[in-house]
Write a protein that binds this ligand. Structure first.
Ligand SMILES: Nc1ncnc2c1ncn2[C@@H]1O[C@H](COP(=O)(O)OP(=O)(O)O)[C@@H](O)[C@H]1O
Ligand SMILES: [Mg+2]
Length: 253
């Protein structure tokens, strides 16, 4: 196991499992070739357990999106391995990656990227239709439950343009959880929100990850958000380092 793979003993995972479910081993991503080549992520290693929510800090251009895109199977690495449970993501074919993303990964991006002509509920149900075992009734029930949990019961029939920024981001969280993924990957979810709303969204994410036993990674450049996470990683010029627990890091700020 890579040397900077830390196990945060102090993190309260509340989960029985102690073995990391996600293992990123010595992963590098180089865009382009020759003199224009850019190494966006260099030999990154990290491990995350079930029920753990970790943050990934770093300035713009440091490689955050590249790293979580590889973890979520949106982008292939140049070298290294990424394992989720017993699946080595780096060896999956294009077709298998599509199924992997649809069934095991939930993404929440900076902009909520909701489908503009579908209601809040339809945005959730839509992702369920991507599953092989799609069941319309079940999907409808699950969408109602999730939106209720996210405080959006009154908004299920609204189009994205009829929702506030915070509400849209909550719908995006619901959509990410819709297929009951093992991995929840979040890229700067608070970028378009004010501090208080951002805090609420991150707390909600942290709770969903814990209560549902997911594994969560949140990219942020807002140090105030790390206190809701168990472990903190920082990436600078593509180089990843472990920065301790969220509480420690938040205090040191
Ligand atoms: N598709 C791409 N082609 C070439 N270079 C890219 C591509 N995507 C990102 N990069 C470069 O890789 C580096 C890391 O980018 P990114 O992962 O988006 O950083 P962050 O999310 O931390 O802002 C930057 O130098 C960026 O310009
Ligand atoms: Mg980014």
């Amino acid at each position: 196991m890579a040397s900077n793979t830390t196990t945060a003993d102090t993190a309260s995972t509340g989960s029985a499992s102690t073995e990391p479910i996600l293992r990123v081993n010595d992963v590098t991503k180089t865009y382009g070739e020759g003199h224009t080549a850019v190494t966006a992520v260099a030999n990154a290693s990290l491990a995350v357990k079930e029920g753990e929510f970790v943050s990934l800090l770093g300035p713009s251009g440091s490689g955050k999106t590249t790293l979580i895109s590889m973890i979520g199977g949106l982008l292939t690495s140049t070298s290294g391995t990424i394992e989720l449970g017993d699946v080595d993501v780096s060896t999956l074919s294009k077709k298998d990656l599509t199924a992997f993303r649809a069934q095991r990964v939930g993404f929440v991006f900076q902009a909520s990227n909701l489908v503009p002509f579908l209601t809040a509920k339809e945005n959730l149900v839509y992702v369920a239709t991507l599953r092989k075992d799609y069941d319309r009734k079940q999907a409808s029930k699950r969408a109602d439950e999730l939106l209720g949990e996210l405080g959006l019961s009154e908004r299920i029939g609204n189009l994205p343009e009829q929702l506030s920024g915070g509400e849209r981001q909550r719908v995006a969280i619901g959509r990410a959880l819709m297929n009951d993924p093992d991995l929840v990957l979040v890229d700067e979810p608070t970028a378009s929100l004010d501090t208080e709303l951002g805090r609420q969204v991150v707390q909600l994410l942290a709770r969903e990850v814990k209560d549902r036993g997911k594994t969560g990674i949140m990219v942020t450049h807002d140090l105030r958000m790390v206190e809701y996470t168990d472990q903190v990683f920082e990436i600078l010029d593509g180089k990843l380092s472990a920065e301790g627990t969220g509480k420690e890091k938040a205090k040191s700020h």
